[in-house]
Every structure is written in structure tokens, then in C-alpha cells.
Ligand binder design. Structure first.
Ligand code: FDA
Length: 310
């Protein structure tokens, strides 16, 4: 309950324009803890650094709720540029995109622009043997994102495209089961948006319990699972579940955010688990940064200390 309240307060305050302007003006130094840099080259360097520790990477160009169709298409072009740069640098690209940032919900030439641009991105990633994960955004987008995921798996194959389910939504266990026919590669997260009680569990204990059920169900169905959490108790339980049910270490991976629990990431990789860090980069870092602050007061303290130092 306190967690929910904290998150609500932070996200509401972060949504104020004056706060945003102040943080944008002074916060980049602190955002660098969570954001790899502003260019593809800085992100690619971060990939190489993580690879040295046996950690895989997921690149994410930041940008949300971009307004005009032309900007959305430009954003998709920028993602493709990053795919090209990663491939040229010897990296098999694994990227995440938010469909809102490439035009979901905007109809151009009779087709949803998000779908059109996602196709362009996935086509290029597939050429390089890569993978594109469709991030999950706030709850009004879930239906369309899952429908577009289904379309894209049909066109490109499940080894090149995946998506995300959020355990805080009441609907998610049914959504997971409804995708089983695709044998989908799914990332399971708790959920990062401010959602009303009408659609999402208000109690953290319920979100955590649903999280475990989702991961176990997806493993039991024989699907690849991306266990995206920093929650050590869940990570431990998933390890035990996999051991007890004969699920091999290459049937799932742990995913964490860049700059968060680096010790845990390294320890898991050293113990032979597949581990992937989600590496955000780009100039539009403010919304991503706000959500990380909203996740734990520890991050807010980190930022406040930085601001007080000037
Ligand atoms: P929880 O919040 O319960 O935290 C568990 C432990 O980890 C606590 O000890 C906590 O302090 C620590 N911790 C958590 N976050 C931390 C942070 N930022 N800094 C320091 N410590 C932290 N969400 C979404 O809605 N759509 C999406 O597509 C994605 N994608 C995604 C990809 C990946 C790779 C990850 C790891 C997460 C996401 N998320 C997401 C975010 C997710 O929904 C959730 O908000 C965060 O992962 C935080 O929740 P935890 O599962 O870590 O647990």
C-alpha cells in the first residue's frame, strides 16, 4: 500500500511541467546512472562492457507518446539506424520498442502506423538474426499491443518478436493463456505505470503472487520466459521452481535494468544463468527516469543527494 502511494506521489509530481523542466535542466548527470548515453555508440559501448561480464543486452531508444506521424516514422528510422550500427559492430541486435513511439493509434494509408513501423524494424532485425520486444505500456494499449504482437509473430516468426505482460493487471493471466498457441517469447514484469484499482491490483503482495503464477505457467507451457525483475525473493523462487521441474537454464533468462542491481546481474551470470540488461539510451530520458525514481525511495535519495551537491 505504501509502495503504491509512493509511486503515485512520485509519478504525479514528475508529471508537473515545472518539475520536469527543473530535472531536465540539472538531472542528466544523475540520469546517467540509469541511461547509457544519448547516442547509439554509447549504448553499443555499454553492450560490450556488459558482455565482458557474460551479460547480454537489450537496447532501448527512449521516446514515448511522440506526437506527429512524421516524428513516429523518424523515431522508427532511428531504431533501424541503431540496428545497423549494432550489426556493423558485430552485435546481434536485441531491441525493445514502445509501439506508441512508432505510431500506434495513428492511421496512415489505412493501416496503424505503429504496426507499419514495427514491421520495418522487425524486418531489419530479422535480417541480422536479431530480436525485437514490444514493451507494454499503460492499460488502454494492452488489447491493441497484443493483437499487433499476434500479427507480427504470424509474419516474422516468434524467434524474432516478443512482448511483455504485467502482473499488476487483473487480466494478465488470461492474456498469457490466450497467447499459448503462439509459443510466445514473453517478458514478465510487475508493471511500471500508474493504474487505477479497477484494472490493477492495489496490493504489492497480490502483484508479486500473480508474478510468480505467470512465470510458472509460462514455463509449464514450455515457452521461453524473460523473468524481468530485481526482486531477489522471486528470482530465488524461480530458480528453485526451474530446478524442481527440470526446466533447463537455457529455457529462461533473467532481465534487469541497466544500472540496477549490477551485483546481482553479475552473480547470476557467473552461476550460469542467462542474464540480460535493458539498456536505455537517447535524449528523451525524462519519463523513463521518473519511473525508475518511482520504483524505490532509494533512487529518489540518490537523485536528491546529487541535486544538493549541485
Ligand atoms: P519491486 O519493485 O518489487 O522491487 C524488488 C526489489 O528490487 C526491491 O528491493 C527494490 O528496491 C529493488 N528495485 C526495484 N526497482 C529498482 C530500481 N529502479 N532501483 C533500485 N532498486 C530497485 N514495466 C512495464 O510496465 N512495461 C515494460 O515493458 C517493462 N519492461 C521492463 C523490462 C525490464 C528488463 C525490467 C527489469 C523491468 C521492466 N518494466 C516494465 C518495469 C517493471 O514493471 C517494474 O516497474 C520494475 O521492474 C520494478 O519492479 P521489480 O520487479 O524489480 O520489483
Amino acid at each position: 500500500m505504501i509502495d503504491q502511494l509512493y509511486r503515485k506521489v512520485v509519478l504525479t509530481v514528475a508529471g508537473q511541467k515545472a518539475i520536469e523542466n527543473a530535472v531536465r535542466a540539472r538531472g542528466w548527470g544523475m540520469a546517467q546512472r540509469f541511461v547509457a548515453g544519448e547516442t547509439p555508440q554509447t549504448a553499443i559501448q555499454a553492450v560490450h562492457d556488459l558482455n565482458k561480464d557474460g551479460i547480454m543486452a537489450n537496447l532501448d531508444l527512449l521516446g514515448e507518446f511522440i506526437e506527429s506521424p512524421a516524428q513516429c516514422t523518424q523515431f522508427a528510422d532511428n531504431v533501424i539506424t541503431m540496428l545497423d550500427a549494432a550489426h556493423a559492430d558485430g552485435i546481434t541486435p536485441y531491441v525493445s520498442i514502445k509501439l506508441s513511439s512508432v505510431g500506434q493509434g495513428k492511421t496512415v494509408d489505412g493501416e496503424d502506423l505503429g504496426l507499419t513501423n514495427a514491421r520495418r524494424i522487425i524486418r531489419r532485425a530479422k535480417e541480422y538474426g536479431g530480436f525485437v520486444c514490444l514493451d507494454m505500456e499503460d492499460h488502454p494499449r494492452v488489447d491493441q499491443t497484443l493483437a499487433q504482437f499476434r500479427t507480427l509473430v504470424g509474419e516474422f516468426g516468434g524467434q524474432h518478436v516478443g512482448t511483455v505482460l504485467q502482473s499488476y493487471l487483473y487480466r494478465t493471466e488470461e492474456d498469457r493463456a490466450s497467447l499459448d498457441d503462439l509459443k510466445p517469447n514473453l517478458r514478465i514484469v510487475k508493471g511500471a505505470y500508474l493504474e487505477p484499482e479497477t484494472v490493477a491490483y492495489p496490493q504489492k503482495a497480490d502483484v508479486d503472487a500473480a508474478y510468480r503464477r505467470l512465470v510458472y505457467a509460462h514455463m509449464q507451457a514450455g515457452n521461453y520466459v524473460n523473468v524481468a525483475t530485481h526482486d531477489e525473493s522471486i528470482i530465488h523462487d524461480v530458480q528453485m521452481y526451474a530446478l524442481a521441474h527440470g526446466i533447463s537454464k537455457d529455457a529462461f533468462e533473467f532481465q534487469m535494468l541497466y544500472g540496477i542491481r549490477r551485483d546481482l546481474q553479475r552473480n547470476l551470470a557467473a552461476a550460469g544463468y542467462r542474464v540480460r540488461a535493458y539498456i536505455p539510451y537517447g535524449r528523451d530520458w525524462y519519463p523513463y527516469f521518473s519511473r525508475r525514481i518511482a520504483e524505490t525511495p532509494r533512487n529518489a535519495m540518490f537523485v536528491l543527494r546529487g541535486m544538493l551537491k549541485g
